[in-house]
Write a protein that binds this ligand. Structure first.
Ligand SMILES: C[S@@+](CC[C@H](N)C(=O)[O-])C[C@H]1O[C@@H](n2cnc3c(N)ncnc32)[C@H](O)[C@@H]1O
Length: 291
């Protein structure tokens, strides 16, 4: 059974306190709007009152997950976001070994604010994974003028989620990094199949959400593929400094990798502690491993 270590606290401080060059990959889904995971917005979400969270009405008895509204971010929020990702990028660059990959979930409206500080900190952008998933974002008619402009959407209905793929600069050739640090490349999905950057993904299943009721829980089928790719030789440790309900750590355990998860919110931390041993055992259909 792959080992994992969990820590309740600030993910950036955790990376800064760790030995430099001691992690082989980072796979994470950060609080990309920042405000949505601050205590006052979390209190509103827990009271069912919205705030920055859009709480969609239940459809036919089916309760849908709340979504943070990134269109309400102010210029000051955006500046804070950039400052947060500058600190994150510097700490991540320090803690990774050369050639280590950092795979980071983001959002089409904000990805540029997440990626620019990573590049400024010295990471190479190596691509972007497109998680094809139907979301509830965008596609609406102009607010309060729906009847007047029935043929207009104010922005595209989003059907994908970007995950940036970055790499800390290699020392020498890829083969040198593979030998010395077990990094530099991505693990193939199968012998006949390189890791591909478009992944069809259903929204997180109700059974997984019941095990780990976190508002941003990612599905195991998708996470296992991404985490598997992050260690080219399957050797080393995967870190998630913003682990939420623990989907990255559960995925790492499921594919047999060592991992470390950090979460600042005490209630999400306990939720992850309880959920990971169950989530890692959730079966994934054969088709979801390759398509
Ligand atoms: C988008 S969610 C991650 C969800 C996770 N991928 C999952 O599948 O459950 C981001 C998480 O980061 C946490 N967080 C926010 N700021 C943090 C910080 N400075 N250090 C560690 N965790 C933080 C939030 O409480 C939230 O649970």
């Amino acid at each position: 059974m792959a080992r994992y270590e969990l820590s309740c606290g600030d993910g950036i401080a955790f990376m800064a306190a760790r030995k430099a060059r001691s992690i082989q990959a980072i796979v994470t889904d950060p609080p990309y709007g920042l405000r949505e995971y601050e205590p006052n917005e979390q209190a509103k979400l827990r009271r069912g009152r919205g705030g920055v969270w859009r709480i969609p009405p239940a459809l036919g008895g089916h309760v849908r997950s709340p979504l943070p509204r990134f269109t309400v971010l102010t210029a000051a929020d955006r500046a804070r976001l950039v400052a947060f990702f500058e600190r994150f990028s510097a700490a991540a660059e320090r803690v990774l070994v050369p050639g280590g990959h950092l795979i980071i979930a983001t959002q089409p409206l904000l990805s540029h604010l997440v990626y620019a500080p990573l590049v400024a900190a010295g990471f190479e952008k190596r691509g972007e994974i497109v998680r094809l998933v139907q979301t509830l974002r965008g596609g609406d008619r102009p607010k309060n003028a729906e009847r007047e402009f029935p043929g207009v959407s104010v922005m595209p209905r989003s059907a994908w989620e970007p995950w940036g793929v970055f790499r800390k600069t290699c020392e020498g050739r890829v083969q040198d990094n593979l030998r010395r640090y077990h990094t530099g490349g991505l693990r193939r999905t199968a012998d006949d199949l390189p890791f591909a950057d478009v992944i069809r993904s259903a929204p997180t299943r109700a059974a997984e959400r019941a095990l780990a009721p976190h508002p941003s829980l990612k599905p195991q089928a998708f996470m296992r593929r991404v985490v598997y790719s992050a260690l080219p030789l399957g050797r080393g440790t995967v870190l998630d400094p913003f682990m939420g309900g623990g989907s990255t750590i559960a995925a790492a355990a499921a594919v047999g990798y060592r991992s470390i998860g950090v979460e600042v919110d005490a209630s999400y931390f306990s939720l992850a502690e309880r959920a990971i041993p169950e989530l890692m055992r959730v079966p994934v259909a054969d088709g979801e491993r390759r398509t």
